[in-house]
Design a protein around this ligand. Sequence first.
Ligand SMILES: Cc1cc2nc3c(=O)[nH]c(=O)nc-3n(C[C@H](O)[C@H](O)[C@H](O)COP(=O)(O)OP(=O)(O)OC[C@H]3O[C@@H](n4cnc5c(N)ncnc54)[C@H](O)[C@@H]3O)c2cc1C
Length: 397
Amino acid sequence: MAADRLSVDVLVVGSGASGLAAAVSAERAGARVALAAKGSLQSCNSAKAQGGIQAAFGEDDSPEAHAEDVWRSSHETADMRLVHILTSEAPSTIQWLEESGVEFTRSNGGYRLARCGGASRKRLLQVGDRTGLAITSALREAVERSSALTLPKSPLAELARTESDWRARCGERVVEAGAVVLAAGGRCFREAEERGELSTNHPGATGEVTQIALALGAQARDLDALQYHPNGGAWPASMQGYSIPETTRAYGAVLLNAEDEEFTDSLGPRDEVSQAIFDEVEKGLGVETADGRPAVWLDTTRISAEDAEISLPYMLRRYRAAGIDPLAEPILTYPVLHYQNGGLVVDERGETTVEGLFACGEIAGGTHGRNRMMGNSLLECVVFGRHAGKAAFEKAR
Ligand SMILES: Cc1cc2nc3c(=O)[nH]c(=O)nc-3n(C[C@H](O)[C@H](O)[C@H](O)COP(=O)(O)OP(=O)(O)OC[C@H]3O[C@@H](n4cnc5c(N)ncnc54)[C@H](O)[C@@H]3O)c2cc1C
């Protein structure tokens, strides 16, 4: 059977926050857009993001302070050209999301801001603890209302340069496009499977699109730098692989060893907190779960009921349904594979080192260097998704 063929200006691969933002921005610029996803449009890491998104709105805050925090948390490995775009465009990106229908949690007339690991200020905006779901739902509705053609269950399997265009095989379809935006996320699901570890990622996070780009000659950086989320759920079994939002620690929870002692700054950069947990367990000061896994305590009883109800309702519901009330007893936690820090090298408009091939979101590298701060990934997706979508259309023309 001959494959279906279609021709567009911009092909976007991936329906997470970055792909959706790229598709909206390309379509609004006037492009004929197709958006292909491996599974359903809803299946992505972005929709699982709970904690929030960073933007400097606090009175004592600024995009420069935000950028300094990224630089420090990345251990001075981030690409500061990208970081300055990320942090300076963060406030207007929040406004753009609000115009798209995202309603961020507010208190006392302003945004409810939390401090996340590695941050010097309170800067994390939230939509309860379903921020990623709120952002992807709003952007997906915008895509579905637009002229963009959506192709669920159409995994990108081949991509080749033709004389003037790109030809992609997405499932049963052949798509010809003037430019391509790769927004296919990271690879931590596959990596965790190979290592026999737990991961927070959705099953589509397998990294084959990065391999396709590398085969086309695109350069990558820091691909070996994978991030552990310090607080994977360790027990009960139904919570294993769940990422306990970092906002638990922002709202007062602390990490304790078997002797009920604090052993690290619970709001340090992610790699440092994860390493401190690994070390504590190695020293014999960890706790064992009922099924023999290593863990430490996260004392969530220190979170006020008000903060928990406003900013952690989903986490509370999940644990209570599993028979544990985190406000009444501490919970068991251990780091889980979570995020691909590095990725394809991009410029300020999201173009890779291969002309006409763009990348945004977790598949791209540089913005976070070798260690991402929480809340900067959703931000990166939207900031650079918008740039990549628009720039791809300009290139296609
Ligand atoms: C549990 C969890 C909690 C998180 N919490 C936060 C948070 O609070 N704040 C924050 O900033 N970040 C958070 N993150 C990180 C952040 O959500 C993701 O890194 C980011 O949203 C990635 O977005 P993306 O668009 O790059 O990729 P994804 O959202 O993963 O989307 C990738 C898309 O590519 C598609 N795809 C993959 N392969 C192919 C293929 N071959 N062909 C076609 N399509 C393909 C997938 O189907 C999917 O649609 C969290 C992540 C997880 C897993």
